[in-house]
Design a protein around this ligand. Structure first.
Ligand code: GDP
Ligand code: MG
Length: 757
């Protein structure tokens, strides 16, 4: 027998996903965002002792059951059509009045309901209490207090849910319009097919709900005929009545909250006055972001090195081993180098790199002792280990970066960043709603692209999906750090600043691209969006732990599967020529891959890493870039492995040998950052975009934009005087866009006026 189904419904941010995770042991993404959950997620709750088993469904966060956004429609249809055995309506106890609005609507459906008042821990801390019994009596359904985060009250909740499934429930309404509602229910009773949850539908018909009118057009006309005489504007007064009812109800059941609420509001407002200030808000955001990048990536934490403090030869390391006749100090430079003190991320990375290097050296020496052939040593050390360890070596820094970003997200600050961006870019037609999936793109583009389902129109989704890859994800930050280190070796540019600037560059490109698409190919009226700012939370160590663990696991799994496979394939084709003879070190340019790469390398001359600039090494940059389309970690893994094939220790050595200029390196970074993202996100984009044509244009867009901007970056950095040509051209382009926009606006206005006549 199939399990009973328990659906979680509630406003965004009330803790549904946290509850889902607590009940099912899953590790779904939790965030202090409006509307993070888009897809339904299904998990299993098991209590072996009592033999209870439920399928738990996490529905998207919704404010009400009126169809304003796709997520609301998903939840509403699920409850009505799929008829779960019980709905757990999760409400945020610290925000009872607003959260119960939706409860009054769920109660109108013919489904067993249990209300879970969440955040009991916060209520306790603030000295607030809710009279559960009185609330339950008023609503007519069981009410249980829980803390999803601290896993309190879950047993009671499940017991109440279990009991509720045992008897069917008919919808009830708190609205005072009994006669009108009864009349509407009667009308629906005459429909050809029986309507499930008639009370809910009847009220929706009174409210002139769009979806409802579509579904029951005849019934709608009848209802309006019957109730039209009442002279009541149900559309407006039903919402009013719900609020009136809830204000009275909350006064009765919530103790000590009225004055506290005001106090809390001013506190939250006070923080927001500074953090979302019109001018300082954006500056503070930039400073916070830079601090994070600095802490994570710097090698000069307190700028002591820059101020001329002498660090000698740096930290000497604490384990010494001898390989052959070479003495190696493991963990050399772990905490500080000759240039300064390392940031947190750098220390973690150095630690892991120290271990990886020792393993590689040990394995190499062991194989040599055992008398292995030189190609076998090369294959294992350069083909397998170099690539995999290059990817793993950067994981600590990415995890530290993620920890910081995750804290910002969990506290609710990221929602403020979206809010600030919304305020600036709304006038250019970029809706704030789209910034949420975009900022999620800093983590991984795939869930971010799926999150675009919360957007109102196809065009808005298209625009957002196209720019999500420009928000640098974890995998891309790997090769950015690698390139930053190489740039640092050439012109002593700080790593943290390089990574920060290129992240920022991605955001700017994304916003400009959206504005251009808004004016040209994806014109539309942007629907208004009022962003809810969630309350500030303390970051949760557990949520953070889950998040980091998930990310780390993901990277390591990828390193040992797709990345390992890619580097092995690359190693083979870069160490054998067409006659299948093995090529010794430094001869790899004559390999099969070397030949194929050289074939393509003229294409990259305008980008600064073609044959003209990098000579016989040009094929490595080509192979790295092409492999990046499979997975972005490959850019790192493959480049390091190819460098090892040449006998270099790091990518930075390959860079200086190949003679690529800093401008060329910047272009290499820009190209790989903006071009077609990995296979997995391309597949996601394909399934999320509305048709194949849009998908093909999206691929062309990514390829064209990355090529063009990388070329521009190369030319500008190599020959700064070219700005004298590009800037005026840019001005002309902007002028044309503005003119075109005005022309189209006029035309659209005229067309609208004509159709009105
Ligand atoms: P959803 O949008 O309804 O899925 O909400 P989430 O599960 O993503 O949670 C939103 C925020 O509330 C997160 O920051 C959670 O850590 C936090 N949260 C959830 N449940 C509790 C709880 O019981 N107590 C506290 N203090 N915070 C909670
Ligand atoms: Mg959720």
């Amino acid at each position: 027998m199939a399990n009973k189904r328990l659906a979680l419904a509630g406003n965004p941010n009330c803790g549904k996903t946290t509850l889902f995770n607590s009940l099912t042991g899953a590790t779904a993404h939790v965030g202090n965002w409006p509307g993070v959950t888009v897809e339904q997620r299904i998990g299993v709750y098991k209590d072996k002792k009592n033999g209870v088993e439920f399928d738990v469904i996490d529905l998207p966060g919704i404010y009400s059951l009126s169809p304003y956004t796709p997520e609301e429609v998903i939840s509403r249809n699920y409850i009505i059509d799929e008829k779960p055995d019980v709905v757990i309506n999760v409400v945020d106890g610290t925000n009872l009045e607003r959260n119960l609005y939706m409860t009054t609507q769920i109660l109108e459906m013919d489904v067993p309901v249990v209300v879970a008042v969440n955040m009991a821990d916060v209520l306790d801390k603030r000295g607030l209490s809710i009279d559960l019994e009185a609330l339950s009596k008023k609503l007519g359904v069981p009410v249980v207090a829980i803390s999803a985060l601290h896993q309190k009250g879950l047993k009671e909740l499940i017991a109440a849910a279990e009991k509720a499934t045992e008897s069917p429930r008919t919808g009830t309404s708190i609205l005072p319009y009994k006669t009108a509602i009864d009349q509407a229910v009667a009308v629906l009773g005459d429909e050809d097919e029986p309507v499930p949850s008639p009370l809910f539908h009847a009220i929706k018909l009174l409210e002139k709900d769009e979806l409802e009118i579509e579904a029951h057009p005849k019934a709608y006309e009848r209802v309006q005929e019957v109730v039209g005489k009442d002279g009541i504007d149900y559309e407006a007064s039903i919402a009013d009545e719900r609020y009136k009812y809830l204000t009275a109800l909350c006064k009765e059941v919530a103790k000590g909250r009225v004055e506290r609420e005001a106090e809390k509001l001013t506190k939250s407002d006070k923080i927001d006055k500074v953090l979302t200030h019109r001018v300082f808000g954006i500056l503070i955001a930039i400073v916070i972001m830079f601090l994070i990048f600095h802490l994570t990536f710097t090698e000069d934490l307190f700028y002591l090195g820059a101020m001329g403090v002498n660090f000698g030869d740096g930290y000497p390391g604490f384990i010494t081993y001898v390989i052959g006749d070479e003495e190696i100090h493991m963990f050399e430079g772990l905490f500080w180098t000759d240039g300064g003190i390392n940031g947190i991320g750098t220390i973690c990375a150095n630690f892991v790199v120290g271990i990886c290097d020792a393993i590689t050296a040990g394995v190499g020496a062991g194989l040599e002792l055992a008398g292995a052939e030189s190609w076998a040593i090369g294959f294992i050390c350069d083909g397998c280990l170099a690539g995999v360890f290059a990817v793993i070596g950067f994981v600590p820094q990415i995890l530290v970066l993620f920890a910081f970003l995750s804290i910002l997200e969990d506290t609710g600050y990221m929602a403020r960043v979206a809010f600030i961006l919304d305020r600036i870019f709304r006038r250019f037609g970029v809706s704030g709603r789209a910034f949420i999936p975009m900022i999620m793109g800093f983590g991984c583009g795939i869930p971010a692209m799926m999150n675009t389902r919360t957007l109102a129109s196809d065009k808005e989704r298209t625009k957002t999906i196209r720019v999500i890859p420009f928000f640098t994800c974890g995998a891309k930050s790997e090769f950015l750090i690698m390139i930053a280190a190489a740039v640092g070796a050439v012109i002593a540019f700080p790593t943290d600043l390089f990574v920060f600037l290129i992240y920022g560059f991605g955001v700017v490109v994304a916003i400009c691209a959206i504005i251009v698409m808004n004016i040209t190919s994806q014109r539309e009226e942007v629907p208004p969006f009022i962003m809810e700012l969630p309350e500030y939370h303390n970051p949760q160590a557990k949520a953070l732990g889950i998040h980091i663990w998930d990310k780390g696991k993901h990277f390591i799994k990828k390193a040992f599967t797709i990345i390992l496979l890619s580097t092995i394939v690359v190693w083979f084709f870069s160490h054998f020529n067409w006659q299948w003879t093995y090529l010794e070190e430094a001869d790899t340019a004559n390999s099969i891959l070397g030949g194929l790469g050289s074939l393509l390398s003229p294409l990259f001359v305008p980008l600064g890493f073609g044959k003209v600039q990098t000579g016989s090494y040009s094929w490595t940059y080509v192979v790295g870039s092409v492999e990046g389309i499979i997975a972005k970690e490959n850019v790192t893994g493959v480049m390091e492995s190819l460098a090892a094939g040449y006998g270099f220790e790091t990518f930075a050595e390959l860079v200086s040998a190949s003679g690529i200029t800093t401008a060329g390196l910047v272009a290499f970074a820009v190209f790989n950052m903006l071009t077609i993202p990995c296979f997995a996100s391309v597949a996601t984009a394909k399934s999320e975009l509305k048709d194949v044509k849009t998908y093909h244009w999206t691929l062309i867009f990514w390829l064209g934009l990355s090529y063009g901007l990388a070329c521009l970056a190369y030319i500008t950095f190599e020959w700064v005087w070219t700005l004298a040509i590009t800037l005026p051209l840019l001005a002309v382009a902007i002028f044309c866009l503005v003119k075109y926009n005005m022309y189209m606006n006029d035309k659209e206005k005229k067309a609208a006026a004509e159709s009105a006549e």
